[in-house]
Design a protein around this ligand. Sequence first.
Ligand code: BES
Ligand code: MN
Ligand code: ZN
Length: 487
Amino acid sequence: MLAIRLTAEPERLDTLVLPVRPAADDAPAEPVPTGVTAPDGVADEATALIPVARFTGRAGDVHTQLRPGGTPQRLVLLGIGEADEAAWRTAGAALTRAVKNETHVTLALPEGVSAEAVRGLVEGLLLGSYRFRLGADADAPALTDVDLAVTDPEAYEQAVSVARTTARMTRLARDLTNMPSSVKNPQWFAEQVAEAVADLPGLTLRVREPEQLTAEGFGGILAVGGGSASGPRLVELDWHPSEARTHVVLVGKGITFDTGGISIKPVPAMKLMRKDMAGAAAVVAATLGAAALRLPVRVTTLAPLAENMVSGAAFRPGDIVRHYGGMTSETTNSDAEGRLVLADALAYAVQELKPDLLVDLATLTGANAVALGTRTGALYSDNDQLAEDLLAAIRAAGESAWRMPLPSDYVEHLGSDLADLHSAPTQGGGSVLAALYLREFTGELRDRWLHIDMSAPSWCERADAELTRGATGWGVRGLLRWLATLN
Ligand code: BES
Ligand code: MN
Ligand code: ZN
């Protein structure tokens, strides 16, 4: 991860980055006055360069001017657009992509820049420079150090620290989600959580193995995990600060690979199913982040982990699963496996943990992308306040979600002749019906529950602003913002 420092007296001026804003109307863009005086003549040079380079100052535009023998040797114009948090996030990410061969840059921050802007910038720098690669990385970018030059560094220490933690946890979620499933089985995932917990004081971790899951009746997790050579796990991670007055339970779908099971997926649909634990990665990373930031709210995270495989031990379409607490599901399609493991975890949370609020994240249905495209999660809740609060936090964090309905006249489709519920009704509205199914397990917490189907935004095919190709770590930033508003 890039080392980012705040400094009032930049020591190295090999590469100097100057922020540029678009001007109103048709006037040329202009460099923003910075607190740190650039060497003589450099500011004027930047002003003169803007029209010559046709530099617009849009967030994410970067222009590099070489100055052989000069100080600095390289002058970089960085467009900061509207100069709000989101624009700075985009600019930070673009800068790390544009600077390929330099190990170090100094960025002069505008005089009086807001702490939010600096937060966005640091997140952009740390997320835009993310790479996942196993083995040698011949064209790894050289950049390792960014100095942020500003007259009053202390004013921004807090913002930089929060951004660093948020980015570190988002990167962890990306790492977990990008990891191939040959490595990432349920046990491996649980071990990664244990390693992260060892670095952070105040967290407790309990990992249930198959014997314990059997003893306590987690039938959904056991059914879905039954076909795999790598047994299922249930991770229970608790951040419990003494001053906490609110208790949130986060639940994340942790299917470490989804073949579809006996109802096997076709090749194109199976290709990326190592990402089917992105919900678990996001809630675990957000909880670690809450602990790292010492947020005054209790957060318990449940990650039901299983590999949905095809084998002689796999569960079958038509099997009836008995969930934690005794509710039963008729399983006509083994590819609707996520809701089966989530049902156990939700029921356990409601019956044993009795939190104030219950939130789950899951790569639950392909229908998420059908309804909302590739970047937006589908958010469901009967609680308007909870829905608004989470949507606001998600948007402020630079993520995207859209609230979807829970229509009561669809509930009848969940009926089964053989069990309490039908896990995969054939009616349309796949993401909505999955949400309605999950709601059946929320008991007394029905009005304090929120679900996000994040199949679509958990992954992206090409780099864009702070997103890099592959796992996005979607949800970590929004959840952390939201948790930071609770106590
Ligand atoms: N993991 C998939 C959903 C998914 C699809 C996530 C595409 C990311 C990208 C889930 O387990 C699944 O297979 N859902 C089925 C449900 C259906 C069988 C009711 C689906 O969406 O087709
Ligand atoms: Mn599936
Ligand atoms: Zn799945």
